[in-house]
Design a protein around this ligand. Structure first.
Ligand SMILES: *[C@@H]1O[C@H](CO)[C@@H](O)[C@H](O)[C@H]1NC(C)=O
Length: 428
């Protein structure tokens, strides 16, 4: 295939996959890299934006656990200004939650330490200001973990890309409408403003928007997950400042300590989410896929479907009973790119030359920001281990179109995936 360092590379998508890949490739000597996105990073409706993302090394899967440990090094050094080590508690109502047990075993096998919570009320010893009633729950606490400021981390990464000489183009001149093809070769991208850009290599890292550009319905699909924000008073924030990131594996709802300074509390659900079915046309084929809107921001209306709002509200009442009825200051759906087993997709396209795909964050990609680019570049340069190449392979679509399920890695909870209705879609 012979990619040389002087070849022009276009990276579509300035989220954590696209930007980390851009920076790493530049550092490996590729000289001509352009990153395109609808919005300047951090994209307002991307999955790498807003106040916080969980940073954890806790994984049932040993590969991601090891990668997360490596990323943790980055969070505690290079990105220490963006990282907050609050501790991370995994909780469950069931006597034995398989994912929690497997994660604990994997962390221990990797030389980590955890504090067992056979009775979750033990957590109050370390964090007396937790409001939740934890009686009857169990799980464990990992003190090495917490959260990172997602918007600020992406900003830092993007500005490092700029300083290194990578072009980042946003707006109509950076919005890709379709891939530009010559037969089975991708030769560039067609833009929303009617123009186009040519490149030797196109890297698609468009997250939840990927199925709009490329038919990967068998490998990934988008789901919207509810997120809500609550304004606390300075006193309330102070009382909650030394609380851990907590996830309730029985409901999928997770929460963060208040954001320092603005005193905003964030809560979200790691569930099966909501599908937004849209019709897209590319290469003369019309397809129905689940994807967020392309031509306007998905973060503007603050709309949540009623059942999503209710689920999150219940989570708020359970984690923070003292403020359980406070109105949201903001809400939205956060768009995941789900894959069948929660594995990323990082591979040369099996059929189209000049095309590489790096996507499929499956709701857990952000934490790898400090090191993800290295893994993507290794796959791009065909240097990654056989195990990783297989794990992140983009298989060709099977001939018979079945209904694909994108359940992830077994860490989700809550109601099953639901299609948004026409009325709901109009409100997004
Ligand atoms: C966790 O979720 C379960 C199931 O929805 C719920 O019964 C419990 O109250 C929740 N606990 C906390 C602390 O969120």
């Amino acid at each position: 295939m012979g990619i040389s360092k002087g070849d022009s590379i276009i990276i579509v998508g300035a989220g954590v996959f696209g930007l980390s890949a851009a920076l790493e490739l530049k550092q490996r000597g590729y000289t001509d890299i352009t990153v395109l996105d609808r919005y300047a990073p951090p994209a307002v409706d991307g999955s790498s934006v807003d106040l916080s993302r969980i940073i954890r090394i806790d994984y049932a899967d040993p590969v991601y656990c090891q990668m997360a440990r490596e990323a943790y090094q980055g969070w505690t050094t290079e990105y220490k200004d963006e990282y907050y080590e609050s501790g991370f508690a995994l909780l469950s109502e069931t006597p034995r939650n398989d994912w929690i047990e497997n994660s604990k075993a994997t962390v221990l096998a990797n030389g980590g330490t955890v504090e067992d919570l056979k009775d979750a009320t033990q957590l109050l010893k370390s964090y007396p200001n937790i409001q939740a009633d934890l009686a009857g729950m169990n799980g464990y606490l990992n003190r090495r973990g917490g959260w990172a400021d997602a918007a600020r981390s992406i900003q830092k990464l993007a500005s490092r890309c700029s300083v290194e000489g990578i072009s980042i183009i946003s707006g109509p001149r950076g919005t890709v409408k379709s891939l530009r093809r010559e037969g089975s070769r991708v030769v560039g991208v067609n833009l929303l403003n009617g123009g186009f850009l040519l490149a030797s290599q196109v890297i698609v890292s468009t997250g939840a928007w990927t199925n709009r550009l490329l038919d990967v319905a068998h490998a990934a699909s988008s789901s919207g997950q509810p997120v809500g924000f609550i304004q606390l008073t300075p006193e309330e924030a102070r009382s909650l400042e030394s609380t851990p990131v907590m996830i309730n594996m029985s409901s999928g709802v997770f929460c963060f300590p208040p954001y320092p300074g603005s005193n905003v509390l964030k809560l979200a659900r790691h569930g099966y989410g909501f599908a937004n079915e849209v019709t897209v046309q590319a290469d003369g084929v019309t397809r129905t896929v689940s994807s967020p809107k392309l031509e306007s921001s998905n973060a503007q209306t603050g709309y949540l479907p009623e059942d999503a709002d209710e689920g999150l509200r219940q989570g708020l009442r359970q984690f923070f009973p003292k403020i359980g009825d406070r109105p949201w200051m903001n809400r939205r759906l956060c768009w995941y790119t789900d894959t069948p087993k929660g594995d990323f997709i990082i591979d040369h396209h099996p059929e189209l030359q000049g095309l590489f795909v790096a996507t499929g964050g499956a709701g857990h990609g952000f934490k790898f920001l400090p090191i993800l680019g290295k893994y993507i570049a290794d796959c791009f340069e065909n240097k990654a281990s056989k195990e990783l190449r297989e794990k992140w392979r983009l298989a060709p679509a099977p001939a018979n179109s079945a209904a694909y399920t994108m359940k992830g890695d077994g860490s989700r909870a809550g109601p099953p995936l639901r299609q948004l209705t026409h009325v709901e879609k109009a409100k997004l």
